[in-house]
Design a binder for this molecule. Structure first.
Ligand code: GDP
Length: 461
């Protein structure tokens, strides 16, 4: 599937809009026969052969026996100026399930092939219209769960990440050229390799990569969303906090301790970060098997959660059950929520020093929620974090692994350089760094990985 592959000879077709009823439904074709297939079915004032590229034309779609299917708008986007780089046709029909099925069947009968998931984008990649990072951004943009996540994906689609990576690879190629020249012509008038200058450039590159890697946690949080667990003994106000954050009463709030036995999962977007908020069973000392099961689950969830909101009742002295909850919460991944701050303070803060991140709230009346939101967003995105969309961000695990591998190779290069190892060894590490970065943009990505990536797309993308 490498980019050297010949252009596909067949023409693919798929619905481009989601299934179900809608104002319009779009069927998309791509391939050398796209225009001909349209011509076989389209009756209008302008025949498809005469249509200007990228213009919409009105007409009627008919079956081969002349039977009408739908009144449509059709557009041809001629190669190479189309999404896939091939001739692309879009037929805008009325959006009905049966109607779209009929239009699809019409083109299938006429010789088009049903597209595989992601095949349009795959063709765009194979034809050099997008690199792999940009193709992945298409999927991320479609799947984005917040406006910020969408902006990060759009910036990747526009090629900002790719351009940054190309700056890295340009530097690596220059270094490689220099090292190789000294391997090939050691005694020439090139002079000796300027080791300090080479090392300085490589270190600079590595520092830039470290900087890029730092954006990953925030990028991942925006892309994938994060899980936040609300933990605390019964009656400290966990359900109230959950409801306040959600702005609506979903979990039952009562005065009887231990009523939130089941875990409830809710989704919300905070400062651009999509969160899965989990209200958990109150942590309490108990012999009740249902409660015990709840505590066991709380323990598991505290281990798995990206962030724990540990709630205590700041108007009461800490209890043994509070201490149990504190045991479950990993301090480096916890924000301590001092709830009921509307009441006179009653708990001794000395017992809570192991949690440096803390916010006072009054869940019942919504006090302090803004500060809590800021603390949560800062935890995931760093201070001023939700401005992230304006910088180049790593958001895919695959990309991070590749940058880590490249940075590792540069580190070995620097060590080998400092140890005065042969130039061949230095060149080897530089080539490895180049290959690792090439995996992100798709230049050196193995075919099975490419297949996996495009296979994750929906049909018609
Ligand atoms: P949970 O068992 O931890 O889920 O606690 P709930 O959310 O059910 O709250 C227990 C009790 O504390 C209820 O009577 C709430 O109204 C009350 N409560 C919760 N948050 C606050 C708060 O900020 N201030 C005050 N004064 N009471 C609160």
């Amino acid at each position: 599937m490498s980019r050297a592959a010949l252009p596909a000879a067949d023409t693919i077709v798929a619905p481009a809009t989601p299934p179900g009823e809608g104002g319009i439904g779009i069927v998309r074709l791509s391939g050398p026969q796209a225009g001909l297939l349209l011509a076989g079915a389209f009756r209008g004032r302008v025949s498809p052969a005469a249509m200007a590229s990228h213009h919409l034309y009105r007409g009627r779609l008919c079956q081969s026996d002349g039977g009408p299917v739908d009144d449509v708008l059709a557009v041809i986007m001629r190669a190479p100026h189309s999404y896939t780089g091939e001739d692309v046709v879009e037929v805008h029909c009325h959006g009905g399930t049966q109607l779209l099925r009929s239009v699809l069947d019409l083109f299938l009968l006429a010789g088009a092939r049903l597209a595989q998931p992601g095949e349009f984008t795959q063709r765009a990649f194979l034809n050099g219209r997008l690199d792999l990072a940009q193709a992945e951004a298409v999927a991320a943009l479609i799947g984005a769960r917040s406006a910020q996540a969408a902006r990060v994906a759009l910036s990747q689609l526009e090629g900002r990440l790719s351009r940054q990576l190309h700056q890295y690879t340009d530097t690596l190629r220059e270094l490689l050229l220099l090292v190789e020249a000294h391997i090939d012509f050691p005694d020439d008038d090139l002079g000796r390799l300027d080791h300090p200058a080479v090392a300085a450039r490589a270190s600079g590159l590595q520092a830039a990569m470290t900087e890029l890697l730092r954006t990953f946690d925030a990028g991942r949080a925006l892309r994938e969303g994060v899980s936040v667990l609300i933990l605390g003994r019964p009656n400290v106000g966990k359900s109230s906090l959950l409801n306040a954050l959600l702005g609506e009463a979903r979990a039952i709030v009562t005065d009887i301790p231990g009523t939130t036995r089941d875990t409830v999962e809710e989704h919300l977007v905070l400062g651009g970060v999509p969160l899965r908020l989990v209200d958990t069973a109150g942590v309490r000392e108990t012999a009740d098997p249902i409660e015990l099961e709840g505590v066991r689950r709380a323990r598991e969830k505290a281990l798995a959660a990206d962030l724990v909101l540990l709630v205590v009742d700041a108007s009461q002295p800490l209890t043994a059950e509070d201490c149990m909850a504190m045991e479950l919460a990993p301090p480096e991944r916890t924000v301590l929520v001092l709830n009921k701050s509307d009441l006179p303070p009653g708990c001794d803060p000395a017992g809570l020093t192991k949690f440096p991140r803390r916010v006072a709230v009054a869940a019942r009346c919504g006090g302090g929620l803004r500060e809590l939101q800021v603390a949560v967003v800062e935890y995931f995105c760093g201070a001023g974090g939700s401005d992230l969309q304006d910088s180049v961000v790593l958001a895919e695990r695959r990309h991070r692994e590749a940058v880590v591998a490249a940075s590792g190779a540069i580190e070995r290069f620097l060590a080998a350089e400092a140890a005065g190892e042969p130039l061949e060894c230095l060149a080897l590490e530089l080539r490895e760094a180049l290959a690792a970065l090439g995996q992100i943009t798709g230049e050196t990505t193995p075919d099975d990985i490419l297949e996996q990536i495009f296979g994750r797309f929906c049909i018609g993308k």
